[in-house]
Design a protein. Structure first.
Length: 506
């Protein structure tokens, strides 16, 4: 009852005219920030942080949290409409969202993304409200071995992303891992894989540069070759009745939404994990659990629902270690943490008792932001569909310009623009040669998270790899990862065996 009373007080704070206006403004701004390739919630919150000094601290964090929430919703827009991930959290949405748009079902994909985001956000906020402090203790129990085990689990789900061709999938993963090591060694500081001492490689290969190159430029080249300008997505239509029918049609995806929400929230509360691994893992698990895994990557609605529920749940979960432990759960919450310190609020377990209005006002604002984000997102669907009705001869140059801008923004280095163009050609060739692109892109995301965790664990155990199996949590996760890794191999072997028997039978 005490929690309910505190939450009601939080809603009273959120519904103050200034705070409610900031929630709505933050969601709208975040929606467009998330939809812009290369910008994302991190840059959006960082750019708008100075503006928050004009309002009280509680109002300021409510505004920034609403931007964060809106950006999580908005990231799916460019992924579905243009095949360009707005941010790393929306990459998995591209896999099935883009094929749906090409089939003229962009409205179905957008409605599914909005609804899944709402479900993921709602479940995660409820979990945040009820179990904030106990879950913070769970997050604190995760050290480097547990983090590495979780990354291995994510890699195990990748094996199912490349279809039945396991060797090509593993090759794609390994290429991504190699690219993730480009730059300065995390321990010795020595440069590695900098290709002829090119200075642009010293800061490593930015994930968005790779993702925008492969899924933006590469997809555009492929579409031009295959369709020769006649693109099916121009047939997309939208109506109020159609939106309602699409919402009703999501009944079969409720289990996937719930799975993505819980998985995303759990990954989100782990310090420094963030929403990207959560969305990727949710996609992999959804495909592994599916009765028709071969439809993933070709326009399966669950392939949109799972990552969107997960990344919104993870965005809420990442605020938990920020508030309770003073440890940012994602790059965006790291900026929010800096804002809290500037506003004179010291994060930690005592913040719940010392500043209850601040904490519960923030939590209540997440409920309100979630509702407004859903309504605003669905309300803007006709505008998004209008973009798809443009002739491809006009749309292609716009996609190209957005890709160049998205490749330049993260580091503001022309080196990355040239690199993005190269990756675009590589992505086009991989598509022609039937190599799965998803595992390579996902490996470069998790590589920088897995390597430091592995090396810290081995340094702490003096090189003993059993440290990953002796600890209860990491050992359990490693066992699950092994099973997930072996399962597709067994299925492939069984398929080959049945084919040989069929060939040998009269």
């Amino acid at each position: 009852m005490e929690v309910l009373a505190l939450l009601i007080n939080g809603f009273a704070i959120t519904f103050e005219p200034l705070n409610l206006a900031l929630v709505i403004a933050g969601v709208v701004v975040g929606l467009f920030i998330g939809a812009m390739p290369g910008l994302g919630s991190v840059n959006g919150v960082a750019i708008l942080l100075p503006m928050t000094f004009l309002v009280p601290p509680t109002s300021a964090v409510i505004f920034l949290a609403a931007i964060y929430y809106g950006a999580m919703y908005g990231g799916a827009i460019s992924s579905i409409m243009l095949g360009i991930p707005g941010a790393s959290t929306a990459v998995a949405t591209t896999f099935d969202g883009r094929p749906l748009a090409l089939k003229g079902l962009a409205d179905k994909a957008l409605v599914a993304a909005a609804a899944a985001s709402f479900v993921g956000g709602t479940i995660s906020v409820v979990l945040f409200t009820l179990f904030a402090l106990p879950l913070a203790d769970v997050a604190l129990a995760f050290g480097p071995p547990e983090t590495f085990a979780l990354m291995v689990l994510a890699f195990a789900t990748f094996v199912g992303l490349g279809g039945d061709d396991i060797p090509k999938t593993l090759f794609s993963i390994l290429i991504g891992l190699v690219l993730s090591t480009v730059g300065l060694d995390i321990i010795s500081g020595q440069p590695r894989l900098i290709f002829g001492d090119l200075t642009g490689f010293y800061h490593g290969i930015n994930f968005l540069v790779l993702a925008i190159g492969i899924y933006g430029i590469g997809e555009m080249l492929w579409t031009i070759e295959v369709s020769q300008g006649e693109v099916l997505m121009s047939k997309a239509t939208v109506s109020f009745r159609g939106i309602l029918n699409n919402l009703k049609g999501l009944k079969s995806s409720i289990k996937t939404m719930i799975m993505g929400s819980f998985l995303g929230y759990f990954v989100g509360i782990l310090p420094a994990a963030g929403a990207t691994p959560g969305s990727l893992m949710a996609y992999g698990v959804a495909k592994t659990m599916s009765k028709n895994p071969e439809t993933y990557g070709k326009g399966n609605i669950d392939g949109v629902v799972a990552p969107e529920a997960a990344n919104n749940a993870a965005s809420t979960g990442s605020m938990l270690p920020m508030l309770t432990l003073g440890i940012p759960g994602s790059p965006t919450t790291a900026i929010l943490l800096g804002g809290m310190v500037i506003w004179g609020l010291e994060p930690g377990p005592l913040v719940f008792t010392d500043h209850p209005d601040f904490v519960w006002g923030l939590i209540a604002s997440l409920y309100v932001a979630n509702v407004f984000a859903l309504l605003i997102n669905i309300g803007f669907i006709p505008a998004f569909i209008w973009v798809l009705k443009m002739p491809f001869t006009i749309l292609a140059p716009i996609i190209f310009v957005l890709c160049v801008v998205g490749g330049y923004v993260p580091t503001q280095d022309m080196h990355d623009v040239w690199l993005m163009l190269i990756f675009g050609v590589v992505g086009y060739l991989m598509r022609k040669l039937d190599y799965p692109m998803a595992p390579a892109v996902l490996a470069i995301v998790l590589g920088p998270l897995a390597e430091p965790a592995m090396r810290q664990s081995l340094i702490g155990s003096h090189g003993d790899v059993m440290t990953f199996f002796e600890r209860p949590i990491s050992g359990t996760i490693m066992a699950i990862a092994f099973l997930l890794f072996v399962l597709p191999l067994l299925k492939a072997a069984k398929g080959r065996l049945s084919r040989r028997r069929a060939e040998g039978s009269p």
